[in-house]
Design a protein around this ligand. Structure first.
Ligand SMILES: Nc1ncnc2c1ncn2[C@@H]1O[C@H](COP(=O)(O)OP(=O)(O)OP(=O)(O)O)[C@@H](O)[C@H]1O
Length: 276
């Protein structure tokens, strides 16, 4: 377990929180007085139809977008005006809907980069600027990178350049790189997009294990509703910028407003047998 993950916030203080967040784009209200809490060592899901405001909320939480009203807190402290970099220093990391990788770096080098951003920043820049490649790494770095390569099932491609990797694999590389920074909270934007069923199941199991082992908290935006209901502790449902429901997966499944507005068949897929 990392030093960062060991320092847990009090049980009542969320790692990350949006409180009364409203975002207006001209006349359009993209988010209307939205509250979301991401407690320590938990997985929170954010679902909703296209245009519901999920990406806008991610932008507000990560610091790319300033809300029209409302507050963002990390471990109880107001970070609404803090830059994305300042939030990253506090332990917030994110992945993107379209993985952003360096085409000529190998899979392993991406994870090393993530590790060195947190643990050996000076070395990162001297290596890159002198063109000397990565010098012999310390044992702790090798151990951590090996663990992430194993956890994300990237052993077979770890020495391959990112260019040409299938989308699903690129996504796993991005998740591994983000985790190498040892974040307290990781925002995952559509983590299952581009993954097949087996890869999605593996990723869900890996993420659950990481939460249990390292105390990281996850907030994920997903279109794969069965995945969200299967792996999250709490789920928020957005519709037209309004949070129409928040609760455990069971509560969300049973919520008539959610069924009426959005989930319907997607919920049924997780609870009922396929018709013959
Ligand atoms: N920069 C912007 N300027 C104007 N309108 C925007 C901007 N960004 C988002 N919107 C609008 O805000 C609303 C919420 O969009 P957002 O992208 O947050 O939804 P979403 O739930 O992430 O959708 P999707 O699932 O399709 O990614 C939409 O009506 C969208 O058109």
């Amino acid at each position: 377990m990392t030093a960062v993950a060991e320092e847990k916030a009090p049980a009542t203080t969320a790692r990350l929180e949006a409180r009364g967040v409203t975002v207006r784009f001209g006349g359009l209200v993209a988010l209307n007085d939205v509250d979301v809490q991401v407690p320590a060592q938990s997985i929170v899901g954010l679902v909703g139809p296209n245009g519901a405001g999920k990406s806008t909320l991610f932008g507000v939480l990560s610091g790319l977008l300033k809300p029209t009203a409302g507050t963002v807190l990390m471990d109880g402290e107001d970070v609404t005006s803090a830059s994305p970099q300042a939030r990253a220093r506090r332990g917030l990391a994110r992945t993107f809907q379209h993985p952003e990788l360096f085409s000529t770096l190998t899979v392993r080098e991406h994870i090393v980069l993530g590790y060195r951003i947190r643990h050996a920043k000076r070395r990162l820049w001297t290596d890159l600027l002198t063109g000397g490649g990565f010098r012999r790494p310390p044992a702790a770095e090798t151990e951590r990178v090996d663990a992430l390569v194993d956890a994300l099932h990237l052993g077979g491609v770890q020495h391959s350049p990112a260019a040409g990797l299938p989308l699903g694999t690129s996504r796993l590389v991005e998740v591994a790189r983000a985790l190498a920074v040892d974040p307290r909270v990781l925002l995952l934007d559509e983590p299952s997009s581009g993954l097949d069923v087996r890869e999605t199941e593996e990723l869900a199991a890996t993420l659950r294990q990481l939460v249990a082992d390292h105390g990281v908290s996850l907030l994920l935006v997903e279109h794969d509703v069965p995945l969200v209901l299967g792996m999250c502790d709490r789920v928020h449902v957005l519709d037209f910028g309004i949070c129409i429901a928040a609760g455990t997966p069971t509560e969300i499944r049973d919520d008539p407003a959610v069924r009426a507005a959005y989930l319907g068949t997607a919920v049924d897929e997780t609870t009922e047998e396929e018709p013959a």
